[in-house]
Ligand binder design. Structure first.
Ligand code: 5GP
Length: 211
């Protein structure tokens, strides 16, 4: 009996969900548990929040620099989210999955759907991506969580709430849905999901298990 070769590509775990669903908290916790998981650092034109550092949470760049990078085809997706530009750098994802590393992407629905449509013609993206939607238990709870963060102005909160309604409609375009009632449970579910995805037969070489 011959074992199949190890998986060729890492998994690009694409996690979306509206602001206030707890997506970023869940992603941060997963990164702590899975030390070898690479976090895809996005570019954004929004201002850093207190405590955020360039190159850690995001690459904070200006509009001109963002446009230059679009022209250079450096992004696998980019979108206007809540009035600012955000984009996923090709090198943050493709270079890592090609080396067999798992990559975590915390991006909005527009960006996730752009990547989804690219999977049709891109073999690396098709074989590596998995799409996970993290939703709140209900809209009231989402609003409560958004307001309790107190990092945004009232206007910004309203924009995020409007966008949240549109994003919630997209949950069924994802492969997996996690309802975040309890952070620890959701983190555990996401960790288990990643472990199980590694056992998928589609991730193994076709050389034949039993020979
Ligand atoms: P925040 O400004 O609160 O960090 O993020 C706002 C939203 O932008 C979140 O939903 C986050 O997932 C999303 N986001 C972060 N990086 C990217 C990216 O590279 N592309 C897209 N499309 N959305 C992103």
């Amino acid at each position: 009996m011959k074992y199949k070769k190890p998986p060729r590509l890492g998994i690009a775990l694409i996690v979306s969900g509206p602001s206030g669903a707890g997506k970023s908290t869940v992603c941060q916790a997963l990164r702590k548990i899975k030390g070898d998981l690479h976090f895809s650092v996005s570019c954004t034109t929004r201002e850093p929040r207190p405590g955020e550092k360039d190159g850690i949470e995001y690459y904070f760049i200006g509009n001109d620099e963002f446009k230059r990078r679009i022209e250079n085809d450096e992004f696998i997706e980019h979108a206007d989210v809540h009035g600012h530009l955000y984009g996923t750098l090709r090198k943050e994802v493709i270079d890592f999955v090609k080396k067999g590393r798992d990559v975590l992407l915390d991006i909005d629905v527009q960006g996730a759907m752009q990547i989804r449509s690219k999977t049709e013609n891109d073999e690396v993206l098709r074989s590596s991506t998995e799409f996970v939607f993290i939703g709140p238990p209900n809209f009231t709870e989402l609003e409560r969580r958004l307001r309790s963060r107190a990092t945004e102005t009232e206007d910004a909160i309203r924009t995020r709430l409007e966008n949240a309604r549109k994003e919630l409609d997209c949950w069924d375009k994802y492969d997996y849905l996690l309802i975040n009632k309890d952070i620890d449970k959701t983190v555990e579910d996401l960790k288990c999901l990643l472990d199980i995805l590694h056992k998928s037969t589609k991730r193994l070489e076709d050389s034949g298990f039993y020979v």
